[in-house]
Design a protein around this ligand. Structure first.
Ligand code: NAD
Length: 297
């Protein structure tokens, strides 16, 4: 792991001024903290969310200046809602510079582990709502971000809110774990594809460990009692802004625990021959380089 220092007043954050930002899940928690910070830095921020009540309170609070925050009601798992969101931002501002794919949910009780039976005693199909929002929603946001960046032919930056659960197992949360591993796979796969694009498009991931938000309210006491590391939403905002604005970062992950930042994709790549084996690493590189060459032909 490589430690990264991101102070609250990091000079790079000033570059957020006048940037057009589209973020999903901006009504509470990490998203709300990020919307507020970007607004105060002078960015034009719009967000898509299903939570009208909190979103409307936010846009009232952040209506000042020449950059009032805009809210688009809708769900990340509904393609038409996301299209309306992206088209709305472009119609309003003429472009999108930064996309933050942040919305995600956990289900109360894991449908994969609980055996629920119907009236006739047959096993009920498990709900995959967690995947619809936390994985499929991010895929749809990424698709629209890349399409929009390409079309406007100007640099674009996409940051996905993954999780510590993108890298390590979270007991009792198999579907959430699968979704968060999924968005890491998406980022890893897209980083190579996007590097070959004529338009400068960067993709990165933030992997927060526990953050004190409505999402984790049910578990906060346990984390406190056991003296486990707790992030504040503003910590994750710093990592999101750092990756969104730092042009040297592409295909990277900032892991955040107790407000401490580490880049972890570089070390994982550098030690591939150790954990994958020397021969497997060679074969992987051969296949990857062949795919890169085929793309250039
Ligand atoms: N809180 C944590 O400990 C933690 C840790 C790691 C990762 N994360 C991730 O951070 C992201 C934000 O979570 P948070 O902790 O701020 O939780 P949160 O519940 O406070 O925020 C999630 C936001 O997404 C919105 N949302 C939910 N479903 C949506 C949908 N279908 N379409 C659009 N918006 C929707 C919610 O209304 C809310 O505004 C999520 O992706 C979550 O998985 C959270």
């Amino acid at each position: 792991m490589t430690s990264v220092d991101i102070p609250a007043d990091y000079p790079l954050f000033a570059e957020a001024k006048d940037k057009v930002v589209a973020i999903t899940g901006g009504a509470t928690g990490i998203g709300a903290a990020t919307v507020s910070r970007l607004h105060s830095l002078g960015a034009y921020v719009s967000f898509l969310d299903v939570d009208r009540k909190n979103a409307e309170a936010m846009i009232q609070e952040l209506s000042g200046g020449n950059n009032p925050v805009r809210f688009y009601p809708g769900s990340v798992s509904v393609w038409a809602d996301q299209v309306r969101f992206f088209e709305g931002v472009v119609a309003q501002h003429g472009r999108v510079d930064i996309v933050l794919a942040n919305a995600g949910i956990m289900s109360a009780g894991e449908p994969l582990l609980a055996d629920t039976l119907d009236d006739e005693g047959h096993l009920k199909e498990p709900s995959l709502a967690v995947l619809d929002v936390t994985l499929q929603g991010v895929i749809l946001t990424s698709k629209l971000a890349i399409h929009t960046f390409r079309k406007q032919k100007s640099p674009g930056s996409l940051v996905i809110t993954g999780s510590a659960a993108s890298y390590v197992d979270g007991a009792g949360l198999p579907l959430y774990n699968a979704a968060k591993h999924g968005v890491l796979g998406l980022m890893r796969s897209l980083r190579d594809d996007l590097a070959a694009e004529p338009t400068d498009i960067r993709i990165n991931l933030v992997a927060p460990s526990f953050v004190e938000t409505p999402f984790t309210a049910h578990a906060l006491d346990i984390w406190r009692q056991n003296n486990l590391p707790i992030n504040q939403p503003s910590d994750i905002t710093k990592a999101l802004l750092f990756l969104a604005l730092n042009r040297e970062y592409h295909g990277r992950t900032i892991y955040v625990a107790a407000g401490i930042f580490s880049e972890i994709e570089g070390p994982i790549e550098a030690t591939r021959a150790t954990w994958l084996g020397k021969q497997n690493d060679e074969w992987y590189k051969q296949r990857r380089d062949k795919a890169r060459l085929a793309k250039e032909e």
